[in-house]
Design a protein around this ligand. Structure first.
Ligand SMILES: Nc1ncnc2c1ncn2[C@@H]1O[C@H](COP(=O)(O)OP(=O)(O)OP(=O)(O)O)[C@@H](O)[C@H]1O
Ligand SMILES: [Mg+2]
Length: 292
């Protein structure tokens, strides 16, 4: 089974402070993480860490090579043969994480990744679109029998476009704020090909809505959360891996929630938990073996 992840590979610069700086303040960070990020890249690293075969589809500038981002993905086991290096501006995310309330401010700069087009997406068994514009989903979703879309911030930029694109994918992932921006109720997004809507609720877990069920999973507490960047991407990847193996939505939702919670305890956007850590945490919480 081949997974394809479409979207950004960024250089993430995450500064950790005890609280958010005030306007005009010259703040000193207490911690710093610099490395590979971007929703599609984080998702691909999580799948590779579960031993899945996954290809990343992204456009990057030469800075991604110089900064070792591509190398990092290769080492993680991600196929980067569909990542094109083109001359132009880098894709960068500047993140401020305030440790006290674990809130985040993200400033994303879309460089060459803005030029990503649907015809650059290969076919696969499952396509995942991570934080890409809805028109790209409309162009490429039919290249695979199964697909998912996590629009992220696109939900605020183009809520109507996102609502339209959702009908072209098999299931959609949104966090609570994004979901409110796109629909009054998640069930409104069950249309066209869309069979499931999965709503991520941070420390309050997750909700799955389909035509015949409404399931909830809690977010387990697995240690102190230190970095919530990438929690949603870890969640999406584990949901997809478990669902495509078992077709069990409840098990997939639980496993994904454990993955998100585990990621939150790890520093670094693409610093994903291992298969063994995930299986162990799942067993500790639910008393059952999780086949990954
Ligand atoms: N502080 C936390 N404590 C425990 N679990 C968490 C925490 N934050 C996130 N999670 C887990 O990770 C999942 C996904 O996180 P979240 O709801 O923040 O998604 P998101 O907003 O899409 O994240 P992202 O910022 O990566 O896009 C949650 O459903 C939950 O299971
Ligand atoms: Mg998200």
């Amino acid at each position: 089974m081949r997974f394809v992840s479409v979207g950004n590979l960024n250089l993430d610069v995450n500064a950790f402070l005890s609280e958010h700086p005030r306007v005009g303040e010259n703040a000193i960070a207490e911690g710093l993480w610099v490395g590979a990020g971007g929703a599609a890249a984080n998702y691909a690293v999580m799948l590779a860490s579960l031993g899945r075969s996954v290809s990343l589809v992204s456009l990057v500038s030469p800075l991604a090579v110089r900064a070792g981002l591509l190398q990092r993905l290769v080492e993680a086991g991600v196929d980067v043969s569909y990542v094109r290096v083109i001359e132009g501006e880098p894709n960068v995310a500047l993140i401020i994480t305030a440790k006290r309330e674990l809130s985040r401010t993200v400033i994303s700069y879309r460089g060459v990744s803005r030029q990503l087009r649907g015809d650059m997406v290969p076919s696969g068994d499952h396509l995942h679109f991570a934080s890409v514009r809805p028109s790209l989903v409309l162009e490429a979703a039919r290249r695979a029998p199964l697909s998912s879309y996590d629009p992220g911030g696109e939900s605020f930029k183009d809520p109507r476009g996102v609502a339209e694109a959702v009908s072209e994918v098999s299931w959609v992932f949104l966090n609570e704020r994004e979901c409110k921006a796109v629909a009054r109720d998640p069930s409104e997004l069950l249309r066209g090909r869309s069979e499931m809507v999965i709503v991520k609720r941070g420390p309050r877990g997750a909700l799955l809505v389909s035509a015949d069920s409404r399931l909830e999973a809690s977010a387990p507490s697995l240690g102190e959360p230190v970095d919530v960047t990438g929690t949603g991407d870890a969640f999406d990847a584990v949901f997809n891996a478990v669902f495509l193996k078992t077709r069990d939505p409840e098990l997939s939702l639980r496993a994904a929630s454990v993955a998100g919670a585990l990621k939150s305890t790890r520093l670094g956007s693409s610093n994903m938990p291992s298969r063994e850590e995930l299986a162990k945490a799942f067993k500790d919480i639910y008393g059952e073996e999780l086949e990954l």
